[in-house]
Design a protein around this ligand. Structure first.
Ligand code: ZN
Length: 84
């Protein structure tokens, strides 16, 4: 990936998982956060992903009704399929 310009929305989406895992190099993370700072769409997407990740990780210890999680899990799968 070339990084001499701002990230595109698509590139940002592909980096979201690494961002949440803290796996992005500082340089890339700064570009990521710069894009988030000026892109409402990606800000909303990031927030949605954060909630999804919280819910899915909470599944391990709490009893979350599966019908409440299903749409989020489907969205998560679709995103992975699309990003491939
Ligand atoms: Zn964007």
């Amino acid at each position: 990936m070339r990084l001499r310009r701002d990230l595109t929305c698509r590139e940002l989406v592909e980096l979201v998982t690494d961002y949440f895992e803290g796996a992005l190099p500082a340089r890339v993370r700064r570009r990521f956060e710069r894009h988030i700072g000026k892109c409402d769409g990606c800000t909303a997407y990031l927030e949605q992903m954060r909630v999804t990740i919280e819910l899915t990780s909470r599944l391990r210890t709490e009893d979350v009704p599966s019908e409440a999680l299903e749409p989020l899990l489907v969205a998560f799968r679709d995103w992975h399929a699309d990003g491939a």
